[in-house]
Design a protein around this ligand. Structure first.
Ligand code: HEM
Ligand SMILES: [Cu+2]
Length: 850
């Protein structure tokens, strides 16, 4: 066996073909240089790296600095170094930053940076959406942090429980910073998640079926769906809390018909999956590294995929285990307790798969592998203490004690931080062309491993001895002193561990050993391109015939004749616009060639507009929200302004004749449809959360509406609903006319849609207003008005799209062949009709339910 760095497994691996078009493609896919390029750039390598660096920056700021000060304060009993108030601010900040601003951007950045290479494609599907995700994330994080400048640091814990976070007990603006800064960042997280979902499902190399997809891609797919399903409810919850705080509604005011448990439910519907949102991609990293560094196909691929999906589903079904101590019904307690223990099963499946792969393989004891083994050890301990707290009687003892703090850090640091370090050591050579230093890597690992255990193991013990969490000091003589001192000493081992890492990255970036294309002898596609990769990644797309293409194929560009013809055609042509291939979701067969969007300033402008909307609430200059909304609308229009197609319909047809794959240079059909589908899903989840709030409050209030308010009359609502339903029919007719090439009928149908929607809105909203319910007297009015506002926003967004489309249709933008955007607008209008019918149906009929 040879131990040359290029083929540690003793076999040589194929590399990607370089073509004469390589330089042209590289230039075509690069962002402009200079400051302008920085602001308008959308290139996936850059966006991904920025997300990761920003996440790491917040980790240093909020993750490490805060915890360091807390641990100094707790080193000895009865210390008065910092005030109780500062301690509250520190743990709130530490928890909020680590849970919202650190892991998520690091993994989303990882995904955006690496997926195109791993999947054998050239870019992410919506580079501008990725850029928007980055800017909103950065601006939201900075907004959140700016609270420190005003000495208004949030102090209600990272879960911001009501009523502590409500207007009564937190009257100053501190919590507003929390809500508003984090909401902006969450919008960024969702934007990036949509990009990742479509990237994984639709942009892969020809031949890469779902069952040949690398495990990391699977994990990122599940993560992205969880972000969509977890963060959307949280955004709605945040908005409701801000309404309570800034507009005097009563969602969470108990003596006005609100419920503070409602906040806890919404928060933990997000908060529990959040832990797995962080954990699932980490296990994806581990699966890749275990395969590569043991030179062995991973055992139980299908089982691992199944366990990702199972975790994705299960984690949404067990949020209430964070609420065991709030007095829920015993039946509910046993359900959530059982579900919480069940989630140990998929995690166990993965552990068995990794351990058996390692057992049967030939591990290379390099730094990534050390971190993987460290992960296994620490995570298993954290998993066991997790199963312990899933048992209700135990939780009632350990809840809010340091046992939980020990448990959660074992899971988060062992389960998430270690895989991140492993991943950086593993993929660093790909993106820099240089290896990280092994000796420093060992130091890095051992300091972190020892430090983590020294810091967090004693916490379990002191927790069982009764030390509560979130206390700024404690009495001496309780036997807690030694454990706290050990914990604090542990931090002094962790810090040099991190310093060694930073030093290693800096030094190796310049002076590290040259890496070559495939230094670990790995099996997945990214290792076939040069290190560092070209801007476009692949000149000739690979044709995938195996789950481990670099081990099983000696030529990456050989395959069925039609696929070969396709990838070669795409390498030679087109060289004037950024062409990328879309494949069938399951079978990986090419479906479409579409044009990927290029650099643009609009994502940054849109992000600024979003920030202005929220900033207006923070500063109480509420007219500013209108300004922000205008900026957002303008930038969305500018962003989507149709570019002239870079080629004629005939040229497109020629390519299709040659390869059998349609070309849509003017705009994608498939990707756009998926984007719209996810946007509608986002609206649906937000809407479901609003309905949850309505029905939860409905159930908690025996009298609904409250005394003195009449049940709504049904006539006005019925008329409005009929008009709105008619608008859905009108737009469907318009589409049919376009397909018949009847331009006038098409335009007429669009006009009818707009008129009917407007009429429905006038009738509907006047009717609700005429009920004369106050939003500030009782939770009933609050939820009726907010639900109405939600419907209004969705309807207005639909009308804006229809109006823009009418304008372009007037200018002859759409033809029988090119009308993909029309289809999408039709879909959204229909979704708006559904939201309208269900939403107003709830408002009008809710009071009649008994
Ligand atoms: C140097 C390493 C770290 C140390 C010394 C540390 C220390 C602490 C301390 C002292 C607390 C407050 C416990 C309390 O008073 O109840 C805490 C809470 C917390 N930490 Fe860390 N931490 C570290 C790293 C991390 C990391 C990497 C994450 C996440 C990825 C994290 C997530 C959290 C969370 C979510 C809380 C809960 C906050 C709360 O209960 O409100 N920590 N940590
Ligand atoms: Cu949980």
């Amino acid at each position: 066996m040879s131990d040359s760095p290029d083929d540690p497994g003793g076999r040589s691996t194929p590399t990607a073909k370089r073509t004469a078009t390589h330089e042209d493609l590289d230039r075509l896919w690069a962002d402009p240089s200079g400051l302008w390029g920085q602001l308008t750039g959308v290139q996936n390598d850059m966006i991904g790296l920025r997300l990761m660096l920003t996440g790491f920056f917040f980790l240093i700021l909020g993750g490490s600095f805060d915890s360091f000060v807390m641990r100094i304060q707790l080193a000895f009993p009865e210390q008065q170094l910092i005030s109780p108030q500062l301690y509250n601010e520190l743990f709130t900040n530490h928890g909020s930053v680590t849970m919202f601003l650190v892991i998520l951007p690091i993994f989303e950045g990882f995904a955006i940076m690496i997926l195109p290479l791993i999947l054998g494609t050239r870019e992410m599907p919506f580079p501008r959406l990725g850029a928007l995700g980055y800017w909103t994330f950065l601006l939201g994080g900075l907004l959140y942090y700016s609270s420190a400048l005003f000495q208004l640091v949030p102090d209600a814990g990272w879960f911001a429980y009501t009523p502590l976070s409500g207007p009564e007990f937190s009257p100053d603006r501190a919590i507003d910073f929390w809500i508003i800064g984090l909401t902006v960042a969450e919008i960024g997280a969702i934007a990036a998640a949509m990009e990742i979902i479509i990237g994984v499902l639709k942009m892969r190399a020809p031949g890469m079926t779902l069952t040949r997809m690398p495990l990391f891609a699977w994990a990122l797919l599940v993560m992205a769906f969880m972000i969509l399903f977890g963060f959307t409810p949280l955004i709605v919850g945040d908005l409701l809390l801000e309404l309570d705080r800034g507009f005097g509604t009563h969602f969470f005011t108990v003596d006005r018909g609100g419920s503070s448990l409602l906040w806890q439910h919404i928060f933990w519907i997000f908060g529990h999956p959040e832990v797995y949102i962080q954990f699932v991609p980490a296990t994806g990293v581990v699966s890749m590294i275990v395969t590569a560094l043991t030179q062995r196909r991973i055992a139980g691929y299908t089982w691992i995929v199944g366990s990702f999906v199972a975790i994705g589903f299960l984690s949404f079904g067990l949020w209430a285990h964070h609420m065991f101590a709030v007095g829920l019904d015993p039946l509910i307690l046993s359900f959530f307790s059982g579900a919480s223990m069940a989630i140990g099963i998929p995690a166990g499946v993965q552990i068995v798969a990794w351990v058996s792969t390692i057992w049967l393989g030939r591990p290379q004891w390099k730094t990534p592998f050390y971190f993987v083994v460290g992960f296994l050890v620490i995570f298993v301990i954290g998993g066991i203490t997790g199963i312990m707290t899933a048992a209700v009687p135990f939780d009632l003892q350990a809840h809010d004690s340091y046992f939980v703090v020990g448990h959660l850090h074992y899971v988060l640091i062992g389960g998430v931080a270690f895989p991140i370090f492993a991943g950086v050591y593993y993929w660093f050579p790909k993106f820099t062309g240089r290896m990280l230093n092994e000796r420093l890597g060992r130091w890095n690992f051992w300091l972190l491993f020892i430090g983590t255990n020294l810091t967090f193991f004693p916490m379990h013990q002191v927790g069982l001895m009764g030390m509560p969490r979130r206390v700024y000091t404690y009495e001496s003589g309780l036997g807690w002193d030694i454990y706290n001192l050990l914990s604090t000493i542990g931090v002094f081992v962790i810090i040099p561990g991190i310093a060694v890492f930073v030093w290693n990255v800096f030094r190796s970036y310049r002076h590290g050993e040259e890496a070559g294309a495939n230094p670990w002898g790995s099996d997945s596609l990214e290792w076939a391109v040069a290190s560092p990769p070209a801007e476009h990644g692949w000149s000739v797309l690979p044709i995938v015939r195996s789950r481990h293409p670099l081990w099983d194929q000696d030529d990456l560009h050989r395959g069925p004749a039609d696929l070969e013809r396709f990838v070669n055609a795409l390498a030679q042509w087109p060289l004037r616009w950024r062409a990328a291939a879309i494949v069938g979701t399951a079978d990986g067969r090419p479906q479409e060639v579409f044009r990927v969007a290029g650099p643009s300033l609009w994502p940054l402008v849109a992000a600024l507009g979003i920030v202005v909307i929220f900033l207006a609430e923070l500063t109480k200059l509420r007219w500013g929200a209108a300004v922000g909304a205008v900026v957002v609308v303008v930038s969305v229009i500018g962003w989507n302004w149709p570019d002239p197609a870079p080629m004629t319909e005939d040229e497109e047809a020629d390519f299709e004749d040659d390869t059998g794959v349609p070309v849509n240079a003017a705009g994608s059909v498939v990707v756009a449809a998926w984007g719209m589908g996810l946007a509608i899903l986002f609206v649906a989840i937000a809407f479901a959360t609003m309905l949850l709030a309505y029905f939860y409050l409905r159930l908690e209030n025996p009298v609904w509406p409250p005394p003195g308010i009449a049940d709504p009359g049904l006539v006005g609502g019925a008329v409005a609903a009929a008009l709105m339903a008619a608008s859905g029919v009108a737009i469907a007719r318009a589409l049919a006319r376009l397909r018949d090439d009847d331009r006038r009928g098409f335009l007429g149908g669009l006009a009818a849609t707009l008129v009917l929607t407007a009429a429905a809105a006038v009738v509907g909203f006047r009717d609700v207003a005429a009920m004369g319910i106050s939003g500030n007297a009782h939770a009933y009015g609050s939820v009726v008005h907010t639900l109405t506002g939600f419907i209004l926003v969705v309807t207005a967004a639909a009308s804006l799209m229809v109006a823009m489309m009418t304008y372009w249709a007037w200018h002859g933008e759409y033809t029988r062949r090119r009308y993909a955007p029309v289809l999408n607008v039709v879909r959204f209008q229909v979704a708006a009709v559904v939201v309208w019918l269900i939403g107003f149906g709830t408002i009008y009929l809710g009071p009649y339910l008994t």
